[in-house]
Design a protein. Structure first.
Length: 148
């Protein structure tokens, strides 16, 4: 057997339908698309979501839900329970020490200390913001708070 002896199995290959090639082909004239009009043309018809000229639903919907405050300040949040485990008594908590210990990912983002958990060590806190509950817990433990 040679490569030129190979051929496809009978019935496995079918000629494609050639429309618009004259009446003798059986698919001439209007090429099997019926009478004239928008739908008989190549690329004819209306796209998905077309609503007869009315503004479509996807264009009536708002781009994003809600309201975005362009002046919002995002804080890196640290709880007092986290400070309890990371710092020894009398140490200073600031942006540099928090970054060095891997608590925050960036030195440029402002830091806020929240009052979740308990603290027993007297620490000096020097950050951008501190919540009221965190201030009471830190001062009850003998520490001081300085907001930058």
């Amino acid at each position: 057997m040679q490569i030129n002896d190979l051929f496809p199995a009978p019935g496995s290959r079918k000629d494609r339908k050639r429309v618009g090639r004259g009446h003798g082909s059986g698919h001439g004239g209007r090429s099997g698309k019926g009478n004239n009009g928008q739908l008989s043309r190549s690329g004819g018809g209306k796209g998905p979501g077309f609503e007869g000229g009315q503004n479509p639903l996807h264009m009536r919907m708002p781009k994003l839900p809600g309201f975005k405050n362009r002046n919002r300040v995002e804080y890196a949040v640290v709880n007092v329970s986290r400070l309890e485990g990371l710092y020894a008594k009398g140490e200073t908590v600031d942006v540099d020490s928090l970054f060095a210990k891997g608590v925050i990912k960036s030195k440029t983002v402002p830091v806020k200390v929240l009052g979740d958990g308990e603290i027993t060590k007297a620490l000096t806190i020097r950050v951008d913001k501190v919540s009221a509950s965190a201030v009471t817990k830190i001062e009850a433990a003998g520490g001081t708070v300085e907001q930058l």
